[in-house]
Structures are given as structure tokens and as C-alpha cells.
Design a protein around this ligand. Structure first.
Ligand code: CDP
Length: 239
């Protein structure tokens, strides 16, 4: 099996930026599974198949439409020291990256991700993405895969070569999220961001299937007081 790095952690713990940079340093294909769940949510929303609160069983239509869809991620390397690698996400070839971080998708994604049958479909897709044939189609890293999410080390790749669990307290994570929004020109109220993060942590940790938790053999890295580069260096050293 090709090298597999699994990075898990709560919302806004810096997983995606950290994992993208580590992937670039180690020549790994980067897979953002939060982005995949967001893309699944967008697809469901577009087809009016988003489950409502309290819906018992997921509709067959939703599951078959997720199964049929092809999700692809492409990461282009950073151009210089100061810039970050950029990941774009496609549904059936359409670039939907701009539509995935809206408050509406963020509000629905955890509910969709709680549905066991939805996770089963996504689990299969995530495992397929760690195959050499997927690496060829996306032409990024060739040394293996770096995947970030909530249950990569526990469920998707329990045999990953290296597992990292990133943590940071909720206040720190809210500040980071606010700074991110600031860059993209739509600042949000800090208290609102904090409430959203706490609620998403709760949903992610208490769901019946594959809840967010540290795998027993994962290395925990607290990022509250470390810089991005320090965290990246630390993981590269472990790898
Ligand atoms: O970037 P942020 O931390 O806001 O979230 P994300 O990584 O984009 O993931 C969005 C949501 O998808 C999470 O809150 C989880 O509910 C869900 N998710 C999941 O259930 N399993 C994963 N492997 C990744 C994300």
C-alpha cells in the first residue's frame, strides 16, 4: 500500500492548510474530505434532496445521486514561499470550489455527514482516491496520499502509516476562522463563529457512526500556540 498520512481534528483546527503544506513537502496527493462532504451537501441542495431535521431514513435518490457523482480534487502547488497550495473541487468536472464555504453549506454539512448510509458512500469514494489511478488523473503527488478529516485515522485508513490529531481550543479556532473570512472579504461576528464551531464539534463528536475522536495510535499536536510552519515541520519530521 502506498504511503498514507491521516490528519484528523475539529473544525478550524488548521487541518487543511497544514495537510496541504505537508503533502507538498512529502510529494503526496492531498485529499480534503471536509471539502468532499461539502461538495456532497451542495449536490444534495441543488437537487432538493437535503434531508430535513428529524428525517428517519435517507432517501434512496440522495444516495444514488451521491454514488453516481464523480468528485475530484486538484491541488496546485504554491507559487512562492509566501503563498499556499490551492485545492479546487469538482463535481462531474464542474469547479464548485467557490460554492462550498458558504454559511448555508456549513450549516447543513454536519447533518448530512451524520447519516450512516451517506458516510458509507463517501467512505468508498475516499478509499478509491488513495489509489494510484486517482493519482494519475489528478497528477499531483506520486508518493501516496495525505487525507484530512474527522475519521480518517479511525475509519477510512485505520492502517495509515502516520496519524496526526490536530487540536486547538475553540476560542483560538474561532479567531482563525474569522481571520480567514476577513481575507475573503466577508467578516463574520466572532461570537457567531464561536457558536457555530462549538455546535459543529458537538455534532461531529456525538454522532453514532465514526464520531470525531483521536485514534489510539495518532500523534496529538496542539496548534493553539504554534505557528503553521512549526506544525508543518513537526509533522514532516514524524513522517
Ligand atoms: O474546515 P472546517 O473545519 O470548517 O470543516 P470541514 O473540514 O470543511 O468539514 C465540514 C464538516 O464535514 C464537518 O463539520 C463534519 O461534520 C463533516 N466531515 C465529516 O463528517 N467527516 C470528515 N471526514 C470530514 C468532514
Amino acid at each position: 500500500q502506498a504511503f498514507c498520512l491521516a490528519v484528523d481534528g475539529p473544525a478550524a483546527s488548521g487541518k487543511s492548510t497544514t495537510t496541504r503544506l505537508v503533502a507538498q513537502r512529502l510529494g503526496l496527493t492531498y485529499i480534503d474530505t471536509g471539502g468532499l462532504y461539502r461538495a456532497a451537501t451542495l449536490l444534495a441542495q441543488r437537487q432538493h434532496l437535503l434531508p430535513k431535521k428529524g428525517d428517519a431514513a435517507p432517501q434512496e435518490l440522495l444516495l444514488s445521486s451521491l454514488e453516481k457523482a464523480t468528485f475530484t480534487l486538484r491541488t496546485s502547488p504554491s507559487q512562492d514561499q509566501g503563498s499556499l497550495p490551492v485545492t479546487r473541487i469538482y463535481i462531474d468536472g464542474e469547479d464548485v470550489s467557490h460554492a462550498l464555504r458558504t454559511p448555508e453549506i456549513t450549516a447543513h454539512v454536519s447533518r448530512l455527514a451524520q447519516i450512516p448510509e451517506v458516510r458509507q458512500v463517501m467512505l468508498y469514494k475516499q478509499r478509491t482516491m488513495a489509489s494510484p489511478s486517482y493519482e494519475e488523473t489528478t497528477a499531483t503527488g506520486t508518493n501516496g496520499v495525505a487525507m484530512d478529516g474527522r475519521d480518517i485515522g479511525t475509519t477510512v485508513f485505520p492502517n495509515a502509516h502516520l496519524k496526526i490529531f490536530l487540536s486547538a481550543d475553540a476560542r483560538t479556532r474561532s479567531l482563525r476562522r474569522q481571520a480567514e473570512w476577513g481575507e475573503s472579504g466577508s467578516p463574520e461576528d466572532l461570537e457567531k463563529i464561536y457558536q457555530d464551531i462549538v455546535e459543529r464539534d458537538r455534532q461531529d463528536m456525538t454522532r453514532p457512526v465514526s464520531p470525531l475522536r483521536k485514534a489510539d495510535d495518532a500523534v496529538e499536536v496542539d496548534t493553539s500556540t504554534a505557528t503553521l510552519i512549526q506544525v508543518v515541520d513537526r509533522i514532516v519530521q514524524e513522517g
